[in-house]
Design a protein around this ligand. Sequence first.
Ligand SMILES: [Zn+2]
Length: 266
Amino acid sequence: MQNRSQINLFSNRVKWLLVLLLVNIATARAAVPLPVTPKFRIIVLAEAGGIHQPFVEAAKIWLDKLASENNFAVDYIQNTDQIDDAFLSHYQVFIQLNYPPYNWTSAAQAAFIKYIEEGKGGWIGFHHATLLGEFDGFKIWPWFSTFMGGIRFTDYIPRFADGRVTVEDPSHPAMKGVATPFLVQKEEWYTWDKSPRPNVHVLASVNENTYSPDTKTKMGDHPVIWSNEHYKARNIYIFMGHHPDLFQNSAFTTIFRNSIFWAAHQ
Ligand SMILES: [Zn+2]
């Protein structure tokens, strides 16, 4: 009986040794190469919830993949509470992912103005970033309206329309490799009280005559992608940004990708 229990004790020890060995192998396999310092960092102010949630979620998946493939870092925030000079100093690009230009803390507004005016980093804004007017009990932010070319939001196409977008400056780095015109499906096509054209560098505009279905919600000269070169920061506004399907549109993803590397001075 004693022999039997000694054998059991021995085999238990062997089992434990094997377990330890396997744990060691697994740990060694899980060891990843030393972290590489990202080439640049992006902060994304992402609209939370509401009608744009599917677009924002698709954008995050796309951005995270692009970041891992190109060795840059992306952080996300859903409100402006953390934004001040010190916070923004960590980032080379600020992406306003449909977050509107209202309901920002005053510290965030001040830091953002400084960031753009002093060119501390680049900026890419989408869709809701031109929701300029009185919304949700907030007043218009005049500085932001000027930044966007002095415009005020007037209307949108709630039932959506397809439209063809003309690239106006194919030499701009953000437009590299983008065929013109390109089709954008099911967009809301905001209208503003005037064209921002006199105040900005227009990179693309939608041809309202190509709207399908046709609609009365038109503004004539209708820029949809532009950059305001009166500010030191490399900046670009891209109107398109309602439906997650945009991430299946190669013109849209090319412009987004180009804009990131341009804004980051890469
Ligand atoms: Zn929308």
